[in-house]
Design a protein around this ligand. Structure first.
Ligand code: ADP
Length: 186
């Protein structure tokens, strides 16, 4: 058989960079949806760097240090997870941490439009960096940090949606969740 003129050639890749994923986000706060993406990321990559940054368009509930400590506590026994704070362009930070892959989660079409724009922009800025998406587990499809903040702020019980360290911090911030009786006023 003759080789095709379009036959692929082996791309030059630094093996260490290929095995690490950079998972950026606000994580304000960490939810079980994030935890699931990190754990599943560890099945594909040798390490996951959870990378927190200040999102200029969002007023945070928890400080960067608080958010970092929640993630560190949840993954205290998981050596392959590292938590960092970065400033500036995400692709530059990923490169600086030796990661060639960016990990993102997709909950559905609502996420897709933004994630597609972001991935395309990042590819333009750093063509060497690939964005890898993991679909959410269906049980986490409706979990978002924003919803958790809103529900907890209104006295709802979010303990099924977040790790216990986060549930405790929300309780310290907003007080214990109110029972159905209190919410109904009965
Ligand atoms: P950002 O501020 O960049 O939106 P987030 O902390 O909200 O960061 O989310 C970080 C990443 O985690 C994003 O890719 C987001 O789509 C993903 N993610 C958030 N919640 C879930 C979930 N419940 N299931 C799967 N992925 C999720």
């Amino acid at each position: 058989m003759t080789a095709s003129r379009d036959q692929a050639t082996e791309p030059a890749v630094d093996a260490t960079e290929r095995t690490v994923a950079f998972y950026p986000g606000s994580f304000d706060p960490l939810t079980n949806g994030h935890v699931d993406i990190i754990l599943r990321g560890l099945r594909t990559f040798e390490g996951v760097i959870v990378a927190l940054t200040h999102n200029v368009s969002k007023q945070p509930l928890f400080s960067l240090q608080e958010r970092k400590s929640f993630i560190e506590e949840v993954f205290a026994d998981v050596e392959r997870v590292q938590v960092v704070i970065f400033e500036g362009l995400m692709v530059h930070a990923a490169r600086a941490h030796g990661a060639r892959n960016v990990l993102r989660g997709l909950r559905g079409v609502a996420d897709f439009e933004y994630e597609f724009q972001l991935a395309t922009m990042n590819k333009t800025l750093e063509p060497e960096i690939e964005t890898v998406f993991l679909m959410t587990e269906k049980s986490h499809a409706f979990v978002s940090s924003k919803l958790v903040r809103e529900v907890a702020g209104l006295g709802g019980d979010v303990s099924q949606l977040v790790p216990s360290v986060v549930a405790r911090a929300l309780e310290e911030r907003f007080g214990p969740p109110r029972s159905r009786h209190t919410i109904n006023g009965s």
